[in-house]
Design a protein around this ligand. Structure first.
Ligand SMILES: Cc1cc2nc3c(=O)[nH]c(=O)nc-3n(C[C@H](O)[C@H](O)[C@H](O)COP(=O)(O)O)c2cc1C
Length: 184
């Protein structure tokens, strides 16, 4: 796709962690000379939590504009306590705004965003499938739900599970195979 706008959101507390390494590999694959890329490191440059006493509307408008203009969004997010890191939740709470990214229709949120593709790179110690089969994968179910709320249904999850540097090396090989399959 030409002139593709790519937004990357990294949320691991480990600035050299596996999810960031793989997120960079996804970005390398998707980027081309016509792409506009915004990389938001939500940990190195944390966002404020919602606080009605603070005025961060300029920042919030910028974040919403970046999201609206993105064709592809790469979200790298380790599993933290069965769900997503708080750094990513802070971004979600700032961009999910009624009238901007969703509206209520008969009390049900209806997304206003269209034509976006999201790649979620999920890392964890326990395999994602095991978490899912035990009903403990709030990471995937939550991200699907909240992205769906703002109109993004085209979401693919790629999961990597590593406990040792050897595991990580294997997962990076697997990521490269996953990336080779991407065709947008
Ligand atoms: C605060 C915290 C909470 C975590 N909670 C979970 C968890 O609930 N389930 C799990 O499998 N791994 C959990 N982990 C492990 C990370 O998901 C795992 O190490 C992941 O590979 C880290 O990815 P990264 O290298 O991109 O930071 C947790 C790690 C941290 C720091």
């Amino acid at each position: 796709m030409l002139n593709m706008n790519i937004l990357t959101l990294d949320s691991s507390g480990d600035l050299n962690g596996l999810s960031r390494t793989i997120s960079n590999l996804f970005l390398e694959k998707l980027v081309n000379t016509d792409s506009d890329v915004i990389v938001r490191d939500l940990v190195a440059t944390p966002l404020p939590f919602v606080n009605f006493n603070n005025n961060y509307s300029n920042l919030q408008n910028i974040l919403i504009q970046e999201l609206k203009e993105a064709d592809v969004i790469i979200i790298s997010a380790p599993v933290y306590n069965y769900s997503i890191p708080a750094a990513l939740k802070a971004w979600i709470d700032l961009v999910c705004v009624e009238g901007q990214t969703f509206n209520y229709v008969k009390d049900i949120a209806k997304g206003l965003l269209e034509n976006k593709k999201v790649f979620v790179i999920a890392t964890s110690n326990t395999s994602y499938d095991i978490l899912t089969s035990h009903g403990m994968n709030d990471h995937q179910s939550y991200l699907r739900k909240v992205l769906g709320m703002i109109g993004i249904a085209n979401v693919s999850f790629s999961h990597y599970s590593a406990k040792t540097p050897e595991d990580e090396a294997e997962e990076i090989i697997k990521a490269n195979l996953d990336i080779a399959e991407i065709n947008i």
